[in-house]
Design a protein around this ligand. Sequence first.
Ligand code: ADP
Ligand code: ADP
Length: 232
Amino acid sequence: MISLENIIKKYHRKDTETVALKDVNLQVEQGDIFGVIGYSGAGKSTLVRLVNYLERPTSGTVIVDGQNLAKLTPHQLRRMKKQIGMIFQHFNLLESKTIFQNVAMPLILEKKSKHEIQTRVTELLQFVGLEDKAKNYPNELSGGQKQRVGIARALASNPKILLCDEATSALDPQTTQSILQLLKRINKEYNITIMLITHEMSVIQQVCNKVAVMEEGEIIEIGSVIDVFGKP
Ligand code: ADP
Ligand code: ADP
C-alpha cells in the first residue's frame, strides 16, 4: 500500500543543511497498523509527510496504492490525497466552526451535496460516539473528544490510508486507550491501513502489527512488533 524506496530528504535553511532522512526503505502492506517510533528529531514526521506529499523527497521514490507520486498529474495527485486521511497531536480543528462543520469540511471542499454531507457527517459522528456534540465548538470538548472529531474528519473522504502524527501524545493514558481502540476498529471494520508515529513504545505494542525504529534519519530496526520488541 505504501512503499518508500531509497528516500533521502534534506532541508535547507539559510546556510545549514539538515539531512532528515538518510536512505530510508520501508513497505506498509494493505491492512497493516504500521508504527514508526523514535526520539524527537529522528525524522518520523518527515517520513509520514512524504506519504501524503506534504513533503517531496530530495531523492528516492514514494509509491502509494501502486502509484509513484512524483509521476502523477496535479489532478491525479488531488485524487490520491483524498485516499489519505491524517490526524495530529494537537487535533488541528477550526475553532470558529462547529463539530459538524469541522467534520464536513473535506466534503464541502469536494462540493458534495447538502444531503450527502448531512448523512455522511451524522454517520461519522455516530461512529466516533459524538452525535450529541454536532452543534458544539471545539473548545467545549475534552482532548479525547477533539481527537475523535479529528478522526471523523479524516475518515470523511473514505480514505484507504490513515496517517497519525503523535495522535495520542497530548492525551492522558485512559483517553489514549479509547483512541487506540477506535483506531483498531477503523482498521478492522473499514479495512483502512494505518501508519502511526509515536515516541511511546506502549502505543506500538497495543495497536501495531509492524514497527520501524528510527534514529537520526535512519531505520535501525524494522519488522513485526513481536520480533522487534518481544511479547508485551
Ligand atoms: P520527528 O518527527 O522524529 O521529531 P522530524 O521529521 O520532525 O522528526 O525532523 C527531522 C529533522 O529534520 C530534525 O532535525 C528537524 O529539525 C528537521 N526538520 C524538520 N522539518 C524541517 C523543516 N521544515 N525545515 C528544516 N528542518 C526541518
Ligand atoms: P474523554 O475525552 O472525555 O476522556 P473519550 O474520548 O473516551 O472521552 O470518549 C468521548 C465519548 O465517546 C464518550 O461519550 C464515550 O462514551 C464515547 N465513546 C467512547 N468509546 C467509544 C467507542 N469505542 N465508540 C463509540 N463511542 C465511544
